[in-house]
Design a binder for this molecule. Structure first.
Ligand code: CAA
Length: 240
């Protein structure tokens, strides 16, 4: 039977590649987006994947949106918490607003995405929870105190959920992408980006599809013994 998957931030960047991969794997996929209607429409036109608009930082919007997805597509078996933002600044310049925006979207947004889905997964005795963390949650990053805190937090979330969900047939795992050729990384000043690429042994940025492969693996029915783990896909830039 086809699984139903929800991918937050699933219409652009890494999320779009994940949505497409899960569809290719035979899942019914719903992709969320926060604001870019045009990109979402283009994505649906291209892929046939239905998109839903809500702010993951808002619990009620998330709960209502998830209820709608389940009404449309059926109970969610696979949830990929991918939506994330950056508000980079050296710590001495980082404002409380920049801190809170990133915490609310990247960390509280993960709670808001998984929490409404979790009881149904427990009842049905099946679930695949996948959180897209980052190399920068593992190693830290200049100008990313806020972002690195959320991405390290993701690892704590999946390790805890792995223990809570195991007996109910639910796995929770993280993927830590390195620097991937997305708008987020392209927004980094060119000189800085070139310096980053110089630190990647593979000698290039990663492709979104290379992250989607990790998600596909973790989401599979046959991956039930892989729980609480972190897959790093970073071109050899950092080893844990
Ligand atoms: N390590 C050490 N020093 C660094 C540095 C780094 N990685 N990056 C910048 N600096 C230094 C600069 O050389 C400069 O030093 P000097 O003043 O001595 O010349 C100083 O920091 C820059 O200070 P500014 O006050 O001018 O900085 P700014 O307020 O203009 O901010 C910035 C610039 C936001 C830090 C900008 O350089 C930037 O965006 N850097 C990239 C940060 C980054 O890597 N973000 C990752 C985004 S991708 C992502 O997040 C996806 C993922 O998961 C991997």
């Amino acid at each position: 039977m086809a699984r139903t998957a929800l991918v937050t931030g699933g219409s652009r960047g890494i999320g779009a590649a994940i949505s497409k991969q899960l569809k290719a794997d035979g899942c019914n996929v719903a992709a969320t987006y926060a604001g870019n209607d045009e990109a979402a429409k283009a994505f649906t036109d291209e892929t046939g994947i239905k998109t839903y608009k809500w702010d993951v930082a808002d619990y009620q919007q998330s709960a209502d949106g998830i209820a709608q997805v389940e009404k449309d597509l059926g109970p969610i078996d696979i949830v990929v918490a991918n939506a994330g933002i950056t508000r980079d600044a050296p710590f001495h310049k980082m404002t409380p607003e920049q801190w809170h925006q990133v915490i609310d979207t990247n960390l509280t947004g993960v709670f808001n995405t998984i929490h409404p889905i979790w009881p149904g997964m427990r009842e049905r005795k099946f679930g695949r929870v996948i959180v897209i963390s980052s190399i920068n949650g593992q190693k830290g990053q200049f100008a990313q105190v806020n972002y690195a805190a959320t991405k390290a937090g993701d690892l704590g979330i999946v390790k805890s959920l792995a223990q809570e969900g195991a007996r109910a047939g639910i796995t929770a795992n993280a993927v830590c992408p390195g620097y991937i050729a997305t708008e987020m990384v392209m927004a980094v000043p060119e000189k800085v980006r070139e310096a980053i690429i110089g630190q990647i042994p593979t000698g290039r940025l990663g492709e979104p599809e290379e992250i989607a492969r990790c998600v596909s693996f973790l989401a599979a029915d046959g991956s039930g013994f892989i729980n609480g783990s972190t897959i790093s896909a970073n071109g050899g830039q950092f080893f844990v």
